[in-house]
Design a protein around this ligand. Structure first.
Ligand code: FAD
Length: 559
């Protein structure tokens, strides 16, 4: 039997994983990896930190060389070789050598596409002026570093306030540059629900980042010796000696489209659970494909390294005849800037609304990342979403300075295992004073949601505050109440509540708040057992502040 010849287009996250997995499963296969760039297997995720000089040595970004692929895996890697066409009938690809300009055909038995996604670069006026960069490759990051070294810019505009934009903002500040982030949405990190993004907004502003939210960039002009003027649709202009565009990525599907492969509604290559395209000899993985989100049951583009790696493995298994399947995605992601960590998994409230899901509830909490008595405890702001009818965990978001990713990772796995809030309540997690609490934040989230599920506590939504006729009761201490409260709320500290029940109405529903939700829960239990109709304003005054700070109100009015 002749050797199976597998060609892989793109040799970074998905492609490199697929190639090496293939070799482990099939020692005899002939494996050829083609990449148009100068490197394979480089750490794209590390690029912002290379620009920020957190990573000093460029070589550290290069995880494997063609030489290593050849020696260790017997895989042939050709860099600076671009696949320009797929000839499905002949089962060949046309490959252009970008050094010599020559083209040749390469035969395949199986073809794997892992071409990734390209940064979006709109055709705005002035887009090609010098000093405007995108970041995808090692040479891109080198270009930005060279620009900084030669121009010594004092000001930069980052267009886009998502993951890469905010990582770039931090790294440019790290280089001593004053950064403005312009974001079209009314919040940073548009994947988060707005009230959770509010914590990130405050943190960024406290670190001196100038955030311009709710404004789209319309174009760029030269500003003489001062660099560039970045214009927004509302007519404002911002000076910048360096601009980084990070407004998202678009799957690289041209090759697949030209070859007549099926493209999905979201614009990614359509694949089955084994990453097979509409041609049974062609596979596609990574940022270029669209995959099912198993929480929302919608196809999505998820340009993340984890799914790309897992898909590379699945495709290799399938090519070798194994029945491995890709389970789908749930959008687990994390991002850090200026010491703050933002992480999420599963569905956000906004994505559930978009998917037409109504059967859900959310709870907020603000636990310490470890017990409060051990020095250095930091608050984690958390939101947990679950199905109201059976408690299935649907999603979670968390923001804080410590312990954030660990909690989201636990909930991510719970979601994949189709766990309910009762499982989170019961989860047995690591505990010692410097790591957590005997009731971990994950347990707390599960307990609060389980209380709701069992009918021990009804929730009220802060979003309905403006329209409610409920009696608003604040059970915090007097000094906390005086430092700021919800308009119209009456203060009876929890410790006095039993003695002052006569001050409360029996004809109206009572909505209770405290600082984070816990004392309000105790109050709800007291009041419910005395026959009052009562609800807890989830997440307490802290969540209220995230939703209704002056800035948040302004942005929400603009929405
Ligand atoms: P890529 O890794 O992009 O590889 C595609 C390769 O294919 C490229 O080298 C390209 O040159 C080559 N190629 C394309 N077309 C052709 C062709 N026709 N012929 C030959 N070669 C071709 N994800 C995370 O999960 N966490 C992070 O922290 C994170 N940070 C990131 C930071 C930055 C700055 C960037 C750019 C991305 C980041 N990502 C992160 C995303 C992650 O890097 C991608 O999801 C992942 O690399 C996708 O893998 P892929 O194999 O689909 O594509």
């Amino acid at each position: 039997m002749s050797k199976k010849r597998v060609i892989i287009v793109g040799g970074v996250a998905g492609g490199a994983t697929c190639a090496t997995r293939l070799r482990r499963l099939d020692e005899s296969a002939e494996i050829l990896v083609l990449d148009r760039g100068p490197y394979v297997s480089f750490a794209n995720c590390g690029l912002p930190y290379y620009v920020g000089e957190v990573i000093q040595d460029e070589a550290r970004l290069l995880l494997a060389t063609p030489e290593l692929f050849r020696k260790r895996f017997n895989i042939e890697v050709r860099t600076r070789h671009e696949v320009v066409a797929i000839n499905r009938k002949e089962r060949t690809v046309t490959v252009k050598n970008l050094e010599s300009g020559t083209e040749n055909a390469e035969r395949y038995d199986e073809l794997v596409l892992s071409p990734g996604a390209a940064p979006i670069r709109p055709t705005w006026p002035g887009i090609n002026l010098p000093g405007i960069f995108t970041l995808r490759t090692v040479p891109d990051s080198r270009d930005i570093r060279n620009w900084i070294a030669s121009r010594n810019p004092r000001t930069a505009v980052v267009v886009g306030g998502g993951f890469i934009g905010l990582e770039m903002a931090e790294n440019l500040v790290h280089r001593g540059i004053a950064v403005t982030v312009i974001e079209m949405a009314n919040q940073v990190m548009p994947l988060l629900d707005p009230e959770m993004a509010e914590y990130a907004r405050r943190h960024l502003e406290s670190r001196g980042v100038n955030l311009v939210l709710g404004q789209g960039v319309s174009g760029f002009e030269s500003n003489g010796d001062e660099g560039l003027l970045v214009r927004t649709q509302s007519g404002e202009a911002f000076e910048a000696e360096l601009v980084v565009l990070s407004i998202g990525v678009r799957p690289e599907t041209q090759l697949a489209r030209d070859a007549g492969l099926e493209i999905g509604d979201r614009g990614g290559i359509r694949v089955d659970e084994q990453m097979r395209t509409s041609d049974s000899s062609i596979w596609a993985i990574g940022d270029a494909v669209e995959v099912k989100n198993w929480v929302t049951d919608q196809f999505e583009l998820i340009p993340l390294a984890g799914p790309a790696n897992r898909q590379g493995r699945v495709a290799a298994d399938a090519i070798c005849g194994r029945d491995t399947r890709f389970r789908g995605v749930q959008g687990t992601a994390v991002c850090g800037f200026f010491g703050l960590t933002v992480a999420l998994t599963g569905a956000a409230e906004k994505s559930l609304h978009r998917a037409g899901v109504r059967d859900f509830e959310s709870v907020y909490l603000h636990p310490n990342h470890h017990v409060g008595y051990y020095p250095g405890a930091q608050t984690i702001h958390m939101k947990l979403l679950f199905r109201r009818s059976d408690g299935l965990v649907l999603g979670a978001q968390a923001v804080g300075e410590a312990g954030v990713a660990r909690r989201i990772d636990v909930i991510a796995q719970a979601i994949q295992m189709k766990a309910t809030v009762f499982d989170l309540e019961e989860a047995e997690l690591c505990y010692a004073p410097q790591y957590g609490g005997a009731k971990d934040p994950v347990n707390f989230a599960g307990m609060i949601a389980s209380n709701v599920m069992r009918g021990d506590m009804e929730l009220a939504s802060w979003n309905n505050l403006d329209s409610t006729t409920a009696f608003l009761l604040d059970v915090r201490e007097v000094h906390e109440f005086r430092a700021g409260t919800v308009e119209g709320a009456v203060n009876i500290p929890l410790g006095e509540l039993r003695a002052r029940l006569g001050e409360l109405p029996r004809s109206r529903e009572i909505w209770v708040n405290c600082q984070v939700g816990q004392r309000a829960y105790y109050a709800c239990r007291i009041l419910a057992q005395h026959g009052f109709r009562v609800r807890n304003l989830s997440g307490g005054y802290r969540t209220y502040r995230a939703l209704y700070s002056d800035e948040a109100r302004e942005l929400s009015n603009a929405r």
